[in-house]
Design a binder for this molecule. Structure first.
Ligand code: EPU
Length: 442
């Protein structure tokens, strides 16, 4: 049943929100866990559709998994790996599952993993992953939509990535862990999620250095050097950036807990330029506020530590009502302005030309019927709907469930009037049960 959101805009967000574990880190840790024999435990795992898909991928490999949703802990027992195939049915649902390729070739010397294909936001090729594996000595065949990689013994190599791809860096790190000798990944991605993966692997007995810089060195170790571990993943910087956007866009004031401010340096500096105030209360707690209309800023998305592409749509939503003209340039993906037509339907004045968007701030947005096309475009529509006058309905919210744990409740705790329903629901009843939305307004 397709679920929708109903949001009444115009509320000022106030209060506290605690950030969950990072989706884009935890998915890779789950794949990395299969490198060691025995049971590893990962803490701080958010309850997301994408986490469930990765559990299914691992289960199909014969790995035993348990997700304790109360304690947000995933146990992964990779004592035995019975299968080396990640099927299209799962990989096509979530491209991040392609990460098992590196881990499987490392551990099992062979892997058959479906090619993910493009997705709504861009072509998203995996050629760097493949070329890097070949450089490590894997024989690769692409047949019937699958990558078949085989390597009796991978050998350390120097690999230069044309662009600092997050997924390629991670896949190649995993592949190199048990290789003979040293692997050097140059022009590596520097995202905090890469550092988290390196910390996880090192805790497991691997030898990875340089993560967080553009050159990562992996000295191969032996299978018997690796042991299962217990590890807590980092907080989700994109989730944190999303709630910050909601508070700032509604001229509110709120406290964000369990956040790593250093992971959001570039984003924060842009928010401050827009007119927001960000105060560090404790090392992992910040206070965000904004009293006045935001000012226009220009944004260019870049690999970390630049402005994150995953927060571009959120920034755009905020800038739709800013004072002045903002130019947003998306430099990572070909098609990551999917929110633009929806924002226009709310009264935003956005002119898009290829990967540039010119956003002329309008006085206000008005509520509308909207459709989420992908995860971050969906999140930006929530922010826009919170800012808007009147009510909005957002369809296709399964995209948002892929990356935001418990988001309606988190927004509601900040004072947002937001409710999930499906077409068969008696909305008034649902809203009254949730007790958060003025029935008279439906
Ligand atoms: N690219 C290639 N060839 C490759 C690999 C990448 O051309 O072999 C291109 C892609 O087409 C893309 C660019 O390089 O245009 C960057 O892609 P990258 O590999 O860095 O991205 P990813 O690993 O597929 C991760 C996140 C994305 C996030 C990007 C960039 C996960 C599961 N996904 O994707 O997150 O946008 O890094 O930071 O970690 C999201 O959470 O909404 C999301 C899309």
């Amino acid at each position: 049943m397709s679920e929708k959101l109903k949001i009444k805009g115009g509320m000022t967000l106030k209060g506290e929100v605690s950030i969950s574990g990072a989706k884009n880190a935890v998915l890779k840790l789950m794949a990395a866990a299969i490198l060691a024999k025995g049971e590893s435990k990962i803490y701080n795992v958010p309850e997301l559709t994408d986490v469930q898909i990765m559990l299914n991928v691992l289960e199909e490999l014969g790995v035993k998994t348990v997700y304790d949703k109360v304690n947000k802990t995933v146990s992964i027992n990779a004592e035995n790996i019975a299968d080396i195939t990640a099927k299209y049915e799962l990989v096509s649902k979530m491209r991040a599952s392609f990460i098992v390729l590196g881990a499987l070739v490392s551990r099992c010397k062979e892997a058959i993993v479906a090619l993910p294909g493009g997705c709504a936001i861009g072509e998203r090729r995996v050629d760097f992953h493949i070329r890097g594996l070949e450089a490590l000595g894997a024989k690769i065949k692409i047949e019937n939509g699958y990558v078949h990689a085989k390597a009796n013994k991978l050998k350390g190599a120097d690999i230069y990535l044309d662009i600092p791809s997050v997924g390629a860096t991670e896949n190649l790190m995993l592949a190199a862990i048990l290789a003979d000798g040293a692997t050097r990944i140059q022009n590596a991605a520097q995202e905090p999620e890469i550092v988290d993966l390196a910390n996880f692997l090192n805790a497991m007995g691997a030898d990875v250095s340089g993560a967080g810089t553009s050159e990562i060195i992996i000295n191969g170790v032996k299978q018997e050097d690796l042991h299962p571990i217990e590890y807590a993943t980092i907080p989700d910087r994109i989730e944190a950036g999303t709630y910050m956007a909601g508070i700032i866009a509604t001229r509110g004031k709120g406290i964000i807990k369990n956040v790593m401010p250093s992971h959001l340096t570039f984003y924060n500096s842009k928010l401050i330029k827009m007119g927001a105030k960000i105060k560090l209360l404790e090392p992992t707690v910040i206070e965000v506020s904004c009293k006045q209309r935001l000012s226009a800023v220009n944004i260019v998305t870049q690999p970390y530590p630049g402005f994150p592409t995953d927060l571009q749509s959120l920034a755009m939503a905020m800038l739709t009502t800013a004072d002045g003209v903002s130019i947003i340039t998306e430099s990572l993906y070909e098609n990551r302005f999917m929110q633009v037509p929806e924002l226009r339907r709310m009264g935003a004045d956005i002119h898009q030309e290829r990967n540039h968007a010119l956003v002329r701030g309008v006085k206000k947005l008005t509520g509308a019927n909207l459709k989420a096309s992908d995860l971050r475009a969906g999140a930006s529509l929530i922010i826009a709907a919170l800012m808007a006058e009147g009510e909005s309905i957002i369809e296709s919210i399964h995209h948002i469930d892929r990356g935001y744990e418990n988001f309606e409740e988190k927004f509601r705790n900040l004072g947002a009037q937001i409710i999930r329903f499906n077409d068969n629901d008696n909305i008034s009843e649902t809203l009254t049960q949730k007790g958060s939305y003025n029935e008279a307004s439906i």
